[in-house]
Design a protein around this ligand. Sequence first.
Ligand SMILES: [Zn+2]
Length: 255
Amino acid sequence: MTENITVTGMILSAQPMGEYDRRLVLLTKELGKISAFANGVRRPTSAMSGVTQPFVFGNFILYEGRNSYSLRGAEAEQYFPELRGDLEALYNGVYFCEFVEALTQENIPAKEELRVLYRSLSALSKKSIGKKLVRAVFELRMLAVGGIKPQVYECVRCRKKEMLRWFSSRGGGCVCEECVRKTDFGAEYEGAPVWSVSPSTLYTMQFILSTPLESLYTFTVKEEVLNELREILSQFVTVHVGRKFKSLEMLEVFS
Ligand SMILES: [Zn+2]
């Protein structure tokens, strides 16, 4: 006999199904990414309509059927309502959820991924730092949690720690001045270009990767550092995640 299980998590997406149902994708601490069917929640009388929408964080009671989970109850702790009143914040939030969905797997616990997502949506809601910086921080930290951390402390070719002036997405991180000058570095990585990286941008990436999550969304950077960071991360995500995100097209309006 299968019993109900309770998991802690966040709804990444909610698609309407049939006449009154929703298919949810949840990121859970215990089971990683899972799909669950929420039957009848789109009926006007349903008390579960509000708690079966994207960004809802809390405890979810699931029934495990033979092939899928069904949602039996939900207790929301946070909705991030601020995101719905600001289009740029909303699209960023949707992108964060899509990004996490691409990087996580089923049945592999995702406690750290959930923490990074929660903190990042909180930062978007609070508006204490710019949304473009929140997005860059989120991408870098989530890549690291997902095991796709760029090497920002040493040259990916010779492992020296000095003169890290270049960045190669395909190479997986920083390249030193000497390696770029001495070798045909670009050709080695299928002709992929290396990007120049300033000391400030490099320091910012090291800071983002090494600072505890609780104190991460408190700093700001100069416009040129932010632009360089965004460019490098955009290339890195294209190479290593290799997926088109629908929400990114919507976000282009604000770039
Ligand atoms: Zn080198």
